[in-house]
Ligand binder design. Sequence first.
Ligand code: PLP
Length: 385
Amino acid sequence: MEPRKRVYLDHNASAPLLPGARTAMADVLALTGNPNSVHAEGRALRKHIEDARTAIARLAGAQTTRAAFTGSATEAITQAIVGAARAGAIDRIITSTGEHKAVLKAAAAAGVPVNEVALSADGVIETAALGKVIADADVAGETVLVAVHWVNNETGVIQPLDEIEALLADTQHFLFVDAVQAFGKLPMKFAASRIDMAAVSAHKIAGPAGVGALFMKARCDKFVLIPGGGQEQGRRGGTESAALIAGFGKAAQDLAGAYDLERVSALTDQVERLIETHAPDAEIFGRRALRLGTTVNFAVPGLANATAMIGFDLGGVALSAGSACSSGKVSKSHVLKAMGVADEMAQCALRVSLGWTTTEADIEFFEKVLVGILAQRKSGRGAAA
Ligand code: PLP
C-alpha cells in the first residue's frame, strides 16, 4: 500500500535534516576518540569541529574564533544572559514580552532586575519604550543587557535590529540577539555589528537538534555557564559532540544551496492567499509588519486550534499552534497575548511554517485539508468550545 502522504509545514519548530548533514554525522559517528585528545584519533575529530566552526561563522559573518558550540540555542541564550549576570557585568536586563521562553526564563533566573518592553499590535518591539528604559538606566549609572530576538518564531515578524543597535551605539551596554529563526535566512554580519552575543541553533537550519552556538565578542568571553573542563576555549565545558557539530557545519554549508528564500516566500504568500480565499474572516497576525517569508500565523474565528490541529494531522499536514516548545500541549501564546490578541482568537491561532523541502504540491495538499476542515466548521463539527 502507498504510504499516506504527509506534508510538513512546521519548519520553525525543526527543519527536516539536509541529506549532507545526515551523511556528515554518520561519518563522524564512525570515528573513535575525544576531540580534545592530542593523538591522531582526537585530532581527526577536532578537525571536524573546527571545520564546522568555520562554516557557521561564515554564515554569521563572524570571526571563527568568536563561536562557541553549546548543547542547544536555549543553552546559548542562558549562557549569554545568566552568564553576563553571574560575571557581574550587568545591573539590569531589558528584554521584550515577545521573546522565546528560553530568553524570558533565563532573564528571570539571572538575579538582576528585568524590564520587559511591550510589542506593538503587529508584534514589533516598541523601540521608543526600549530607548526610554535604556535612558533611565543611564541616569541611574547602570550597565544593561538588552536581550531581544531578531525574527519571531510564532509570527515571523522581523524586529528592527538596526534601530536597537543605534540606541546602543557609543554606550557600554551589552546587546544579545536570539538569532535562531533568522540565522541562514537573513544576512548576518556579526563581526561588523553592534551585537555582543548571538544565539543560533542547528535544527532550525536543517541540521540536527541538540547543538547550538553562541557567538560572543571578546568582552563577553567571561560569560560562562558551564566551566567544566575548559573546552571551547574555556567558554563551554563538556566534551563536544563532534558528530552533531559536524552535522551543524554541513547544514550551514549546504543551506544556501537548498534554501531559496524567494521561492519559499512565494509559497508562503500563496498560503496567505488561500487562507484569505477560503476563510475571509481569518486574521493573519503581524500582517502589517515586516515578516520573514516563511511563516503565517492565522486564526479562523470559531475554529479552535486544538481541534483544527488534530484535523490537519489526521489529514496529513503537520503544523503547529503557535510555539511547539511546551511539551506537546496547546497553550495560549504569550506572543499573541503581548500583541493584544483577544483570548478567543489566540485559542484559534495556527502557525504554518515553510522551508527548504516545501513544494507547490505541498501547498495544494494543504489547501485541500484546509477546505475540509473549514467545511466541518460550517457544519458545526469543528467549533471552538
Ligand atoms: N529561540 C527561538 C526564537 C526559537 O524559535 C527556539 C526554538 O524554538 C529557541 C530559541 C530554542 O532553540 P533550541 O531548540 O535549540 O533550544
